[in-house]
Design a protein around this ligand. Structure first.
Ligand code: MLT
Length: 392
């Protein structure tokens, strides 16, 4: 039985990928082989030595100690794209909330109800002049970050009649192929900032992106723009954004990441991290997270990891050795030497690297003995060796 710890409530759809005859799910306890998480903060969590992988049901992984996981040989997966439609829909809603006075209008109606006012149907015609707002068609939207969500937002905005400018220095071929040809690409962030009526952020929070919407970014923003942040709160320098709202450089700040300071400003429209909170997104994320864990456990294949490279090859007959190692000189030489000394013939081998880390799959027809696995594990720079076998 493989034990999976659920650090958050995760859709029951996981049981279709990880049947309860083979997987035991726990919510408490320190002894587990795999982990599923949504928003729980795991930076301080001590992981068991046997933990193979953590899957985050969502895109962002800033709640996880990714570097430490790499050192401990724990593969961290996320689920890119699985909740993209849900986030896209809320971003579109956010734009409309910012330019149409929908929330104050609803509040007016509710106030009439609460005060027991009569003839609302007649009085609203007079009241509505206070709730006039603009349209988004014909306006320019800037999208920073053209991953799964950014591309969907950009394409939807085009369909709604907006001019769209995108910026992503790391635009993947896959994303470029999915992006509407009507989306213009900016060469620099500054170029985009100066042209947009709406600016939306769709990039992860990392050391590099933390506080990216700061005083100097705001100096480049077209006055009167609306800033939308459905990515992560830490992308924003709160001080700079509040000052920009006061100075009317920003007309509104719409965010899914409120904090005590930000919510006090009348030009802030905040939601409690609702971007991915739809049953559809929760199911998609859970299904994808569970499928990736299962594939890694059963076949050693890695897809959508944030700390190790994608590395996939169909399992044949026989045994597979899966090795996580540092991406340094002569690792492959040492690994194959261990196998050669023991007369193992390699049927197939795959080695991919990503930054400081590499992952190696070696397929053998014969079963490697425990001493062979120990010898591989003893190589300096190897952090985990797993023998998966024998009847693929
Ligand atoms: C994400 O990173 O995709 C979202 O934060 C998911 C969530 O709401 O948990």
């Amino acid at each position: 039985m493989v034990t999976v710890k659920k650090f958050n409530k995760i859709s029951d759809i996981v049981y279709t990928q990880m049947p309860q005859e083979r997987y035991r799910f726990i919510e408490e306890g320190e002894d587990y082989d795999l982990a599923l998480v949504r928003s729980a903060q795991l930076h301080e969590t001590i992981f068991p030595k046997k933990l193979l992988a953590i899957a985050r049901a969502g895109a962002g992984v800033n709640n996880l100690p990714v570097e430490r996981c790499s050192e401990e040989g724990i593969v961290v997966f996320n689920t890119p794209g699985a909740n993209a439609n849900a986030v896209k829909e809320l971003v579109l809603c956010g734009m409309m909330l910012a330019c149409r006075r929908i929330v104050p209008g609803i509040q007016w109606v509710e106030q009439q109800r609460d005060e027991g006012a009569a003839d609302v149907d007649k009085r609203m015609e007079k009241a509505k002049k206070d709730f006039v707002g603009g349209e988004i068609a014909g306006k320019t939207l800037g999208v920073i970050g053209l991953g799964a969500i950014g591309v969907m937002v950009a394409n939807a905005a085009v369909a709604l009649g907006m001019e769209v400018i995108g910026y992503d220095p790391f635009l993947s071929v896959d994303a470029a192929l999915r992006l509407s040809r009507s989306v213009k690409l900016a060469k620099t962030q500054e170029e985009l900032l100066g042209k947009c009526d709406f600016l939306t952020l769709h990039l992860p929070q990392t050391e590099k992106t933390k506080g990216m919407i700061n005083e100097s970014a705001i100096a480049a923003i077209k006055p009167g723009a609306v800033l939308l942040n459905f990515a992560r709160g830490g992308l924003i320098d709160d001080e700079a954004v509040l000052a920009a709202l006061d100075a009317e450089i920003l007309a509104r700040y719409v965010t899914d990441f409120p904090n005590d300071r930000i919510i006090r400003h009348p030009k802030v429209i905040a939601m409690p991290h609702l971007g991915a909170s739809t049953p559809e997104a929760e199911e998609n994320c859970a299904r994808m997270a569970a499928a990736q864990l299962e594939e890694y456990l059963v076949n050693g294949n890695i897809k959508n990891s944030v700390n190790f490279p994608d590395c996939e090859y169909p399992r044949g007959e026989g045994w597979r050795i899966a090795i996580i190692n540092k991406n340094v000189t002569n690792m492959m030489g040492q690994i194959t030497a261990v196998l050669a000394q023991r007369q193992f013939n390699i049927e197939h081998m795959l080695n991919h690297s990503r930054g400081p880390w590499a992952y190696t799959l070696i397929d053998l027809l014969e079963q490697p003995d425990p001493a062979c696995a120990d010898a591989l594990a003893a190589i300096d720079g190897v952090v985990r060796v797993r023998v998966i076998g024998g009847n693929a």
